[in-house]
Ligand binder design. Structure first.
Ligand code: CO
Length: 226
């Protein structure tokens, strides 16, 4: 592929970009100058890499307002240096007040696990979702409707990632020094564009057990978000 072809491939994106920057300056001439000085987001979004789940657009926030970490199946893995670094930086340097773990219905990672397909590296990564499936195997195996099965595992996966987050040293330490930090388990519905709570937020360690119990109750009672 020649150099020309490469730039042609991105041409519409450059055009969009220029138009966007122009629009931003029109509404707020100091926008980029201000942002260039520093970022001070109040939120950290941990979500799936899925192109249908773009953080800023879904919650209607402009650049500078939300710190974002995305990976396949929105996982918080305690040995994932990337995720741990994002969480630590968000808490200790940016001092975000809220961390959202955002699962989504129709998640390809979750569907892959349920289909039993195994691919090389992604199979290794998705083992963490497999563990969630394993934890709730009894309840999940009782579900006959395939769509419901995917929905429930998407919810349970997001819930379990909040539990993982609660146990990270950077989160525990923040609570220990009484830094205001609230964790939220959410699920995004690609069918209607709406974000829903899986349970009430958790803002201190003693909340965790209660939080988990109430979130699970709502998932299994059929009163789950979807
Ligand atoms: Co996904």
């Amino acid at each position: 592929m020649s150099k020309k072809d490469i730039s042609d491939g991105l041409r519409p994106l450059f055009e969009n970009n220029r138009a966007w920057a122009k629009r931003m300056l029109k509404t707020d001439p100091a926008f980029f100058d201000r942002l260039a000085q520093q970022q001070a987001p109040r939120y950290l979004w941990i979500g799936c890499s899925d192109s249908r789940v773009p953080a800023n657009q879904i919650i209607g926030l402009p650049p500078g307002e939300v710190f974002v970490h995305r990976n396949v199946a929105n996982l918080v893995v305690p040995t994932d240096l990337n995720c741990l670094t994002v969480v630590e930086y968000a808490i200790e340097v940016l001092r975000v007040e809220h961390i959202m773990v955002v699962g989504h219905y129709g998640c390809g990672g979750v569907q892959t696990v349920l289909s039993g397909q195994r691919l090389g590296l992604s199979g290794h990564w998705l083992h963490h979702v497999e563990m969630v499936r394993h934890t709730y195997a009894k309840q999940l195996d009782a579900i006959e409707q395939p769509q419901q099965l995917v929905d429930r595992l998407c919810e349970l996966n997001a819930l379990e990632q909040v539990s993982q987050l609660c146990r990270l040293p950077s989160v525990m330490n923040a609570w220990k020094r009484e830094q205001a930090l609230t964790l939220h388990g959410l699920i995004y519905d690609i069918h209607d564009g709406l974000l829903r709570k899986l349970a009430n937020p958790v803002s201190s360690p003693p909340d965790l057990a209660r939080w988990r119990k109430s979130a699970l109750k709502s998932i299994w009672s059929g009163k789950s978000p979807r």
